[in-house]
Design a protein around this ligand. Structure first.
Ligand code: TYM
Length: 329
């Protein structure tokens, strides 16, 4: 059975983009393999974050995983920082990715450009090393992610190739896997930019009230014209709403175009808002139940034990391969 692994970083509030591009898909594919899903809390430290916010966000992601139907009996759900092998693996793997490669990562360039150039943390630069460690520790072949994380999985593949070339067949080659519709949900206020946790205006947050979600959709930026037609170049706003609608209703763009033929943007936006509310209402109710049940801590404790059992074996294998002396022979 193939191993499947993914994670979400507990910075900011989760968005509809995270839900469509990642969480909803995780729950669909979890039984296709041995699945590991974690909360990438060490990654969250790569940019300044309030400690209380970090810890609350971490709990929330676990609750959202459970609310989406992830089954903790089957899927190992854990916090990255509770499995110390992640940190140790990163220390070893940092020697197999190069500074030139890391400095070309889009996420690093985007984030570091906005910062004081004298205060860019080493962790932000080395982010893909930690992420590569996350992936290889579980021998994951399948890494379901949204489009923005594709480059980090690609650099992990480069690392695996380089490492295995030097030491033999030690690490499993992973592959990024993206949903067909919704791997890149765009901002509602500027549909040429990605919807991200740090963009309060163009985002739908999973924590928003249903009425707020509806309002945000109804006031989403659309394009000139009135035809509901998928055309990212000329109609980025409508195309983004079609992506959201298609992903939630499981409909193709052709089907959506036919459904709204002769109708205006107003009707279409109302239908998108209905679809979002229909999906989010039960999801948010389950999230509240999970938070009230106290299940989160139990799941994360059990998950840490299961994850560690797998991760420690891989780390041992890597240590032996590179020649770290084994005192337990
Ligand atoms: P993060 O927390 O930024 O995002 C979590 C997941 O949501 C996807 N996503 C989107 N999908 C569609 N449209 C959007 N607008 C959108 N925004 C985000 C992301 O692609 C991602 O799948 N580095 C990772 C966390 C991580 C990880 C890993 C993932 C750490 N180690 C190992 C996979 C494997 C991150 O910050 O994702």
């Amino acid at each position: 059975m193939d191993k499947i692994l993914s994670g979400i970083k507990p910075t900011g509030k989760l968005t509809l983009g995270n839900y469509i591009g990642a969480i909803k898909n995780f729950s669909k594919i979890q039984y296709e393999g041995e699945t590991f899903l974690f909360i990438a809390d060490l990654h969250a430290l790569t940019l300044p974050i309030d400690p209380v916010e970090l810890s609350n966000n971490s709990r929330d992601i676990c609750a959202y995983y459970l609310a989406a139907g992830l089954d903790p009996k089957h899927t190992t759900i854990f916090l990255q920082s509770t499995v110390c092998e992640h940190s140790e693996m990163a220390i070893i793997l940092q020697n197999y990715l190069y500074m030139g490669e890391l400095s070309r990562m889009t996420q690093f360039k985007d984030k570091s450009q906005k910062m004081d150039q004298n205060a860019i943390g080493l962790g932000l630069f080395a982010y893909p090393v930690l992420m590569a460690g996350d992936i290889v520790l579980y021998d994951a072949k399948r890494v379901p992610v949204g489009e923005d994380q594709g480059q980090h999985v690609e650099i992990t593949r480069d690392l695996v190739k380089r490492f295995n070339h030097r030491y033999g067949d030690v690490l499993v080659m992973p592959k990024a896997e993206m949903v067909k519709v919704g791997a890149r949900i765009m901002s509602l206020s500027d549909p040429t930019k990605k919807m991200s946790k740090s963009d309060p205006k163009g985002d739908i947050f999973l924590s928003d009230d249903l009425a707020v979600m509806r309002k945000k959709i109804m006031s989403a930026v659309t394009d000139t014209g009135h035809e509901v037609k998928y055309d990212v170049e000329n109609k980025p706003g409508i195309s983004n709403l079609m992506t959201i609608y298609g992903a939630l209703k499981n409909k193709s763009f052709d089907e959506i175009e036919k459904e709204f033929e002769g109708k205006g943007y107003g009707d279409f936006k109302r239908a998108v808002a209905d679809a979002v509310v229909e999906e989010m209402e039960p999801f948010k109710a389950r999230y509240n139940e999970v938070i009230a049940s106290g299940l989160v801590d139990q799941v994360l404790q059990e998950g840490a034990i299961r994850a560690k059992a797998v991760a420690s074996k891989t780390l041992e294998r890597v240590k032996r391969a590179v020649g770290l002396y084994n005192i337990n022979k």
